[in-house]
Write a protein that binds this ligand. Structure first.
Ligand SMILES: Cc1cc2nc3c(=O)[nH]c(=O)nc-3n(C[C@H](O)[C@H](O)[C@H](O)COP(=O)(O)OP(=O)(O)OC[C@H]3O[C@@H](n4cnc5c(N)ncnc54)[C@H](O)[C@@H]3O)c2cc1C
Length: 438
């Protein structure tokens, strides 16, 4: 962390656009480093409807580096696998019988020691981050501005002027865009008509449901019903993991080749489409999905094309605004947490200089040079993940293919989970300081 005094650091006034997971993680990290910030959120509070966020060991490490107590707080809240299976990330099972294996049979366990699968509800995680950022009580509340939809940005030599939909203007020395996959900042920063300005369809989507353990137990027995599972199947996969003491998050992901024809990304009441998609699957997955007879379908999107740079002047994109990815590696929020930590570290380094425009530019370019190769590799793995989980049944499944699949699956997440994030931050800080003194 930076060695500057709080007085010096206040010279750097960071505007965080978007109070989702990434924006609030950055707020926590900046607070810990005594950097001045304000969060601008378009909604009226830090709340979000949505399922759980499942994280891997790299994300837990990012939490710990952001704020020493955050990692432990996450672990305390997290829904995990039963005590005797806590180092399991997911059990892998067959979603349809093959020659020598029955429907539903476990063929592998993907391990993520020592924690295994860890999941908390999105809303609970947002509340935790808002508390740790000091945005809930006392004077800290002034650092959160709600009903503030950013609509314009102007870079000047001494700062950035932000304009909001309500007709107000505010100034900051640096703007960090955490405004998600529909990022307004991204469209303001690059040509809004370019391919890179808009996310594209991933050609896959998921039927989603939250199912009580009690009902799953009657189908699957107590062990399977409470442990995170992936079922491989014909042209898709089913994933389920505990999100609380009583509830499993379940999603059946399937291919939907071609373009996405609807304006909305979530279609309600998709029973008949799901029945079509379940053709060829075995009784186990069919009976799980019968517990959610008329689920919504969510169409996955991500940025297919990237601009040359994720920063310009005093503005930088992080989190989903920079690299929204399909959820097939469970890593979108994790990458956002890694971004928040490294960004806070380079800004902390810049704050040591009573920063000018050149210092801010040095910080943002050092950030991108270190972070971008990492998150682009994770995006590529997430896109490929849909193939990895769902292509096994494309041709007849032989014992040899299954063994090969299992071996590959065991190592696929290693590079995501075992990463020297503190080393990234040191490199970014060193590079920032080198650029700043030139
Ligand atoms: C189905 C699904 C399952 C997923 N599961 C996982 C998982 O298990 N693990 C994992 O690591 N990741 C997962 N992800 C990815 C994860 O949800 C995202 O990567 C993460 O939410 C990104 O955080 P963010 O803060 O960048 O964006 P968001 O969470 O989208 O937050 C953006 C915020 O910006 C605000 N905002 C938007 N526009 C403006 C504006 N103009 N002005 C002001 N504020 C604005 C929004 O209201 C919102 O609060 C999943 C994603 C999906 C779709």
């Amino acid at each position: 962390m930076g060695s500057h005094s709080p007085e010096q650091a206040e010279c750097l006034n960071v505007a965080i656009i978007g109070g989702g997971l990434c924006g609030l993680a950055l707020a926590v990290a900046l607070k810990q480093r005594n950097i001045g910030f304000k969060v601008y959120e378009t909604r009226s509070s830090f709340t979000e409807v949505g399922a759980g966020i499942n994280i891997g060991p790299n994300t837990l490490e990012a939490f710990r580096l952001i704020d020493g107590e955050l990692g432990e707080a996450y672990l305390d809240m997290a829904a995990r696998n039963p005590p005797d299976r806590q180092d399991v990330w997911f059990d892998v099972r067959l979603g349809a019988a093959i020659d020598s294996h029955r429907d539903g049979e476990r063929v592998a366990s993907l391990m993520a020691p020592p924690t295994g699968s860890m999941c908390v509800g999105r809303d609970a995680l947002l509340q935790l981050l808002a508390e740790r950022a000091g945005l809930i009580d006392g004077v800290g509340r002034q650092r959160a501005a709600f009903n503030k939809k950013l609509v314009g940005l102007e870079n000047t030599v001494c700062g950035v002027t932000m304009s909001f939909e309500d007709g107000t203007f505010e100034q900051a020395s640096v703007v960090i865009a955490c405004d998600g996959i529909h990022s307004a900042v991204r469209r303001l920063m690059i040509d809004p008509d370019s391919l890179a300005a808009t996310p594209g369809f991933s050609q896959a989507g998921g039927y989603r449901a939250m199912l009580p353990f009690q009902k799953l137990e009657m189908l699957l027995g107590p062990q399977m019903a409470r442990t995170s599972q992936v079922f491989l199947g014909p042209s898709g996969y089913l994933i389920m993991y505990p999100v609380s003491e009583t509830i499993m998050n379940v999603a059946l992901w399937v291919w939907r080749r071609g373009t996405w024809p609807h304006r909305e990304w979530v279609l309600p009441n998709q029973r008949s489409a799901m029945e079509q998609d379940l053709q060829g699957w075995g009784a186990t997955v069919r009976s799980i999905m019968e517990l959610a007879p008329d689920p919504p379908f969510f169409a996955g999107h991500y940025y297919h094309t990237q601009p040359e740079s994720h920063w310009k002047g005093r503005v930088c994109l992080i989190g989903d605004a920079a690299h929204a990815m399909p959820p097939h590696a469970g890593s979108g929020a994790g990458q956002a947490m890694e971004d928040a930590y490294v960004m806070a570290e380079v800004l902390s380094s810049a704050a040591e200089f009573a920063p000018t425009e050149a210092h801010v530019a040095a910080a943002l370019s050092a950030y991108e040079a270190v972070r971008r190769p990492r998150y682009e590799r994770v995006v590529a793995a997430s896109v490929k993940g849909m193939h990895d989980w769902s292509d096994l049944y494309d041709v007849p499944v032989t014992e040899e293919r299954l063994t090969e699949w299992i071996e590959l699956a065991k190592s696929r997440f290693e590079f995501i989970w075992k990463h020297d994030l503190a080393g990234d931050a040191s490199r970014a800080r060193a590079s920032m300081q080198q650029k700043a003194v030139l």
